[in-house]
Ligand binder design. Structure first.
Ligand SMILES: *Cc1c(COP(=O)(O)O)cnc(C)c1O
Length: 370
């Protein structure tokens, strides 16, 4: 415990405000804050700690398990009897929602896109099936927001009370942010003696970053929160910094105060997207291999691999001083590793084969394996 008495008081006040919101228990909290001495030494940079929200527990964990505690708490309080979510086929959000729906006894409707990662059935999309979600695939070109709206209309006509999560549902995005206020409280309580929280790096599309900012503001911390985007502004789910600021204001108001965070405080980085959302590049693969081989911690290819690539690049460029502390928030996404086996296995091709065999032929995404 490193927090001063004043900070401890603010944490208690913040937790009392959170406790007034509808909530269900889904996650194994607090998640660990791991020291990374070998990584810190290898980079000769700042002290790097990893907040392990890949270890939130439910169905391989991730940041949505923490978020769904507030999102689904509110859904249940509003009388919802089923859940609706649409996304890319390898969505971590969909997998964690399907698991939460199963645990809470709420039918979960998923509208996955039939995209490059839906066949063969692997990773998150395989888990969606095992978790018993009602799966209604849509074409890759179709608008997810429109498909969700059409399904909601149909369900209401049948007398159901659906609750919509994810993109296009502003309430759910703000409640997802609320969950990350408490994550800051956990980090501050877990920081080693004498350390200040100078930076937080996270993969984010808006909610996680907004919640972290509000948590830091509530505690009066000077922490800079960097949200590394997995997508460019052309994607339907992209939220611009002004939208993140809106989420910050909604989150603060849900906790009963007015935020003073400004657009200048929204450090959003889209430089590490690579070729596009869900497409892996060399920097991502290098980031995944680096952390895995130095600390034994795995990252995913769609979100955390790109966020960690940003942290590596900024460290090498001298953004941090040696006495600073950077917390990397690991938001999960690990089942994605198995859906991206082709891309991730690439550097090892030939190594695992007998020398005379001449390497492994690349399996085709066009031919589904059964
Ligand atoms: C969904 C997701 C994010 C983004 O979370 P937001 O709350 O939308 O910012 C980041 N990382 C992983 C692994 C995710 O699944």
């Amino acid at each position: 415990m490193n927090a001063t008495e004043a900070v401890q008081d603010r944490i208690a006040t913040g937790r009392a405000a959170l406790a007034r919101l509808p909530h269900v228990s889904l996650a194994a909290l607090p998640t660990p804050l791991d020291a990374c001495p070998r990584l810190t030494e290898a980079l000769a940079g700042p002290t790097i700690l990893i907040k392990r929200d890949d270890c939130t527990g439910l169905a391989f964990g991730g940041n949505k398990v923490r978020q769904h505690e507030y999102v689904l708490g509110s859904a249940i309080a509003a009388g919802a009897d089923c859940l609706v979510q649409g996304s890319a086929s390898q969505s971590n959000h969909s997998r964690q929602l399907a698991a939460a729906g199963a645990k809470l006894g709420l039918e979960t409707f998923l509208l996955p896109k039939l995209d490059a990662m839906s066949s063969p059935l692997q990773g998150n999309y395989l888990l969606d099936h095992l978790l018993g979600a009602t799966i209604i695939p849509i074409a890759a070109e179709q608008s997810t927001i429109e498909a969700k709206a059409a399904l909601v209309t149909r369900l209401r006509a049948e007398g159901r009370t659906p609750y919509v999560t994810g993109m296009g549902s502003d309430d759910a995005l703000a409640l997802a942010a609320v969950a990350y206020v408490d994550a800051v409280f956990e980090i501050v309580e877990q920081l080693p003696e004498g350390r200040t929280l100078d930076w937080i790096y996270t993969a984010s599309q808006g909610s996680t970053q907004a919640g972290l900012l509000v948590g830091c503001e509530l505690l009066g911390l000077p922490t800079r929160v960097v949200g590394v985007s997995p997508m460019s502004d052309s994607h339907e789910a992209y939220i611009a910094p002004s939208g993140v600021l809106d989420l910050v204001r909604q989150t603060a108001s849900a906790l009963g105060f007015e935020s003073r965070v400004t657009l200048d405080d929204i450090l959003a980085d889209s430089d590490f997207v690579g070729p596009g959302y869900g497409q892996v590049n060399d920097a991502t693969i290098e980031a995944i291999r680096t952390l895995a081989s130095v600390e034994g911690v795995l990252l995913d290819p769609v979100y955390t691999g790109k966020a960690f690539a940003a942290l590596l690049s900024h460290t090498r460029a001298g953004r941090f001083t040696a006495d600073e502390t950077v917390v990397f928030l690991h938001t999960g996404g690990l089942p994605g590793i198995f859906a991206y086996s082709d891309e991730l296995a690439h550097p090892y091709r030939g190594i695992t084969q007998p020398p005379e065999s001449g390497g492994t032929p690349k399996k085709s995404r066009e031919e589904p394996r059964e």
